[in-house]
Design a binder for this molecule. Sequence first.
Ligand SMILES: Cc1cn([C@H]2C[C@H](O)[C@@H](COP(=O)(O)OP(=O)(O)O[C@H]3O[C@H](C)C(=O)[C@H](O)[C@H]3O)O2)c(=O)[nH]c1=O
Length: 183
Amino acid sequence: MKINTTPISDLMVIESTPHTDLRGAFARLFCDNELAPVIGRRRIVQINHSTTSTVGTIRGLHFQHPPHAEMKLVRCLKGRVWDVAIDLRRDSPTFLNWYAQELAADNHRMMVIPEGFAHGFQTLEPDSEVFYLTTAHYMPNAEGGVRFDDPRLGVKWPLKAGCLSVKDAAHPLLDEGFHGIFL
Ligand SMILES: Cc1cn([C@H]2C[C@H](O)[C@@H](COP(=O)(O)OP(=O)(O)O[C@H]3O[C@H](C)C(=O)[C@H](O)[C@H]3O)O2)c(=O)[nH]c1=O
């Protein structure tokens, strides 16, 4: 696994190179030894899998408030998604900056999104499947969200927004009073 930095500190992109032979390919989805420099003392406590049938669907952008803030390690195991992370960390020099990567079954790329970031994705192919590991349990009462089309964020999505959950359509826009998550 190759650990790549991004323009946003602590946000990483992991490249994996599958072992291929006549039968097909083998690749590790996760290895605590290889990812120790990124994971540190965190523990993976949940592994989630979402399937999204229609192209253009946006899931997110979600985060959890401390003490339930989580790191997410996100892969696309089928299809293709535009995976977006937004820095919501208070006092971060890149506060409200966003970064995106195309994750696909065939590019074996993984986003490592630390605590204090909102995460979401848009499907670029039908029946896309996202597989992600988290370092904190799902706590609905600690969940927060930002709007995919919030002008304060200016996220660029490859496609016109398609299907959206009622919850995601209802996230409040960030006003000047929003100073981020204090971790
Ligand atoms: C995250 C989660 C959800 N749920 C239940 C809650 C709802 O009844 C249902 C769908 O949840 P939600 O609409 O939040 O799912 P997504 O919109 O795919 O959100 C997820 O995908 C975005 C991109 C993220 O980054 C979040 O980690 C995660 O919230 O599953 C659970 O039971 N356990 C869980 O860990």
